[in-house]
Design a binder for this molecule. Structure first.
Ligand code: ADP
Ligand code: GLC
Length: 482
């Protein structure tokens, strides 16, 4: 049994903006089941404080002259102990973890997450006398990247693991921020936190963590190549021996079409014929023409280039001339929000675009749709294609990252050998997307084959069981090598 401090900037159901929230809200539960003594460390955003009832004060300290309390609570619906870094000066304000209510990044975002990192380091070194010191500190994405760097300066320290969920977001700031944050000068060099004259939080994890993981085996290979490395292929190649890919699992209780509390019409593999009732219910809810035979394509996503919008948008005119309905739920870059909304306005019978973040609607779209659109340019793992598979909603994906690891193309051969569970683009292009959707629509007209594909999809295993085991082994390996 290891004592694991798991650090994240979000964790469902307390706070979530994307897949990291899902992972940080479910992997610690799976680790607990594997007898790991895990503590989840999160910032005490107002949204988090509003969702919890019982809190216990554990310690008082300060960073950058700002008062900080460490308080204890539980992850709702689980026994996972959560420690919150409560620093009202930087966290107590309306808005999201990374941006204000207008989508602008916080001016003091470096300070916000430096404070999270300092608290983690102090817990790791037992400076706060919490009566619990981790053997392993597990960091996630750039927001906790300073932790391995700062801990590397101590000879007696826990092992460090850094998980890359998305290399595109690196926490890069001016050199002045390094000075303002009083970070130790020993860390400022080209093999350290310096990134072409700037400060990179992400590099703290990549350069200093004992072990690096990414969230799928395929992405672990891809990031060693310039095309997917966002400038880090050199460093990552040097560290290749310490990098592994562990595929994400999902919360199988929460994303289960048989018990989903947001669905009026629950269904499972054996009662798949009930799935279509979710389609007509959603058509009514969204004022689309009610027709159970028209194929529906769903998408729930951050509206950013990563998610394939550059090939989706040019294909829309052609797609919307076909007999199908498309439902898109998302928020993100303003120009994508505007363009999609304009298309929806022009084609009210075919396309519904809902701009916003809506957890219940996300579940209903997964259940209602026949196909799920996710032609990402890169995808470290991707959770929505996993939810789709589980809901018998066949994913249409690009051949990258975790999408390639989890979706098996409905080629003739794969249909015949019983493995096909979705549709994989030949290449990242509008032509390929249209051809793939066309193929999906053709197979949709063959109910027996379609049913078989859905059954294949729903029979997959997406639990954390095996992946949590891999993390436990990795923790042990990191400890042995310390
Ligand atoms: P990423 O982390 O890159 O955004 P993932 O597929 O790993 O992509 O995870 C995205 C998660 O965020 C999923 O749980 C998805 O349902 C959720 N999500 C994204 N956008 C929205 C939205 N607008 N409303 C509700 N849920 C959303
Ligand atoms: C990131 C990635 C996504 C992954 C998620 C959780 O946001 O973009 O592919 O599923 O993290 O690991």
């Amino acid at each position: 049994m290891s004592k694991v401090l798991y650090i994240s900037s979000e964790a469902f159901p307390l706070i979530k903006t994307g897949g990291l929230g899902d992972v940080a809200g479910s992997l610690p539960i799976a680790l607990l089941k594997k007898s790991q003594d895990v503590r989840l460390l999160l910032p005490a955003y107002p949204e988090v404080l509003n969702k919890i009832t019982k809190i216990k004060k554990l310690a008082i300290t300060s960073y950058y002259d700002l008062p900080v309390e460490i308080v204890e609570t539980r992850l709702p619906g689980s026994n996972v102990i959560v420690w919150l870094v409560d620093c009202p000066a930087v966290f107590d304000r309306p808005g999201g973890p990374y941006t204000d209510n207008h989508g602008q990044p916080w001016d003091d975002i470096a300070l916000r997450f430096a404070i999270l990192c300092h608290a983690a380091v102090d817990i790791a070194l037992n400076n706060l006398q919490l009566n619990w010191q981790p053997d392993v500190v597990h960091c996630n994405d750039w927001q906790s990247g300073l932790v391995p760097a700062l801990l590397s300066l101590h000879s007696k320290r826990p092992a460090t693991v850094f998980t890359i969920h998305n290399l595109a977001y690196q926490g890069i700031f001016k050199q002045q921020t390094f000075t303002d944050l009083h970070l130790p000068i020993e860390l400022w060099h080209m093999d350290g936190l310096e990134y072409y004259g700037q400060l990179s939080f992400m590099k703290g994890g990549l350069a200093y963590a004992d072990k690096i993981t990414t969230v799928s085996p395929n992405y672990a290979r891809e990031i060693l190549e310039p095309e997917f490395s966002f400038g880090f292929d050199g460093l990552l190649k040097q560290r290749a021996a310490d990098i592994s890919g562990i595929i994400n699992g999902i919360d199988e209780k929460y994303w289960n079409p048989g018990t989903d509390k947001y669905l009026e019409h629950k269904y499972n593999r054996r009662s798949l014929n009930k799935k279509v009732r979710n389609k007509t219910a959603l058509q009514k809810e969204l004022s689309l023409p009610v027709d159970d035979s028209i194929p529906m394509i769903g998408m729930v996503s951050r509206l950013v280039e990563q998610k394939g919008l550059e090939i989706i948008l040019p294909s829309l005119e052609t797609l919307l001339a076909m007999p199908l309905q498309i439902v898109i739920l998302g928020t993100g870059e303003t120009h994508y929000e505007i363009l999609l909304s304009e298309y929806a306005h022009k084609h009210p019978e075919r396309l519904k675009v809902i701009i916003g973040y809506n957890e219940p609607l996300a579940h209903r779209i997964e259940a209602a749709s026949d196909m799920y659109l996710m032609p990402s340019t890169f995808e470290p793992c991707g959770l929505n294609q996993l939810y789709s598979l589980r809901y018998g909603t066949l994913p249409i994906v690009n051949n990258v990252g975790g999408l390639a690891d989890t979706v098996i193309n409905s080629s003739e051969e794969n249909i015949n050998n019983g493995t096909a569970n979705g549709f994989v683009l030949k290449q990242q292009s509008t032509t390929s997307l249209l051809a793939t959707i066309q193929r999906a629509l053709t197979l949709y007209q063959k109910p027996e084959i379609w049913r078989q594909l859905q059954t294949n999809a729903m029979s997959g295993s997406f639990s954390w069981q095996t992946s949590a085991e891999h993390y436990v082994n990795l923790y042990q390996q990191a400890l042995n090598e310390l």
